[in-house]
Design a binder for this molecule. Structure first.
Ligand SMILES: C[S@@+](CC[C@H](N)C(=O)[O-])C[C@H]1O[C@@H](n2cnc3c(N)ncnc32)[C@H](O)[C@@H]1O
Length: 251
């Protein structure tokens, strides 16, 4: 699939085509395999993150809505319309078909150049999606720009533990064990799309560096770690103005 370009920006913004291809190749097995490779913690942490923003109302934005699994959970706790945004047309179509009765809106766009007016969303959330961006400061900065003053940020994602021993173990797990588990559960060989997860993991900043990045762009941030830092939930609230991503370097 050719890269999409952000029309609003001078710089060319692209998604990561290999990761997109890998994700699109596994849509039907996506959730089953993710439950197994996360040791059945993925949904637990999604629900926990949503409890932390319970009572949110207004217009919500989900970045990287994929096949719509998290969108359904958001709709169960968030009071108000939900906009599901994804780069992948196939993912959007899958989510739309699955959640056809829930009244979500769908937008095909990239995290790094969000096609919305500033200050409109009361909740901006992304579940296991933001790590896929090649430009985290820009994506997190864009999320801040489109959030309303006082709007909440809820990020749920794979983490990179700060402790070097846990980080080393997590690296081995992502590199060697996840592709084997993914291959076995979905009936693929060893060279399967789950081996791409390691590439996205490699580019992740450590949990502490990610916390620092979000707080430089959004202001205050609270981060909770699960399974020794292997999964994180980050919560932010937009204070007023956001820092421009150009003022913040990639950690
Ligand atoms: C791993 S799925 C997550 C799906 C769902 N949110 C969940 O909780 O399982 C990540 C989604 O983010 C989308 N994505 C990745 N990078 C993107 C980018 N730079 N801009 C827009 N969408 C992107 C992918 O197409 C994919 O559907």
């Amino acid at each position: 699939m050719p890269p999409i370009q952000g029309a609003r920006r001078k710089a060319v913004v692209t998604v990561w085509p290999e990761v997109e291809d890998a994700l699109e190749a596994i849509i039907s097995e996506y959730e089953k395999v993710n439950h197994v490779i996360s040791l059945y913690q993925d949904d637990k942490v999604r629900r926990l993150g949503l409890r932390l923003v319970s009572g949110s109302r207004g217009v919500g934005l989900e970045l990287g809505s994929g096949p719509g699994n998290f969108s359904r959970l958001v709709a169960a706790t968030h009071k108000g319309p939900l906009v599901c945004l994804d780069y992948s047309d196939r993912m959007l179509r899958t989510g739309r078909a699955r959640n056809s009765t829930l009244g979500f809106s769908y937008v095909r766009a990239v995290f790094e150049a969000l096609p919305f007016r500033g200050g409109v969303f009361s909740l901006v959330t992304a579940s296991y999606a933001l790590r896929d961006t090649l430009d985290k400061p820009r994506a997190i900065g864009e999320a801040c720009t489109v959030a309303a003053p006082g709007g909440r940020l809820l990020l749920i994602d794979i983490g990179k533990p700060d402790n070097p021993v846990f980080q080393g173990f997590m690296g081995l797990y992502m590199r060697f064990i996840v592709p084997v588990m993914g291959g076995l559960v979905a009936g693929y060989g060893y060279r399967n799309p789950w081996s791409m997860l390691y590439s996205t993991y490699e580019l992740l900043p450590s949990n502490d560096a990610l916390r620092g990045l979000i707080s430089r762009l959004w202001g205050k941030v609270e981060m909770r770690e699960f399974i020794l830092g292997a999964i994180i939930v980050a919560l932010g609230a937009k204070p007023g103005l956001c820092m421009s991503p150009g003022q913040v370097s990639d950690p």
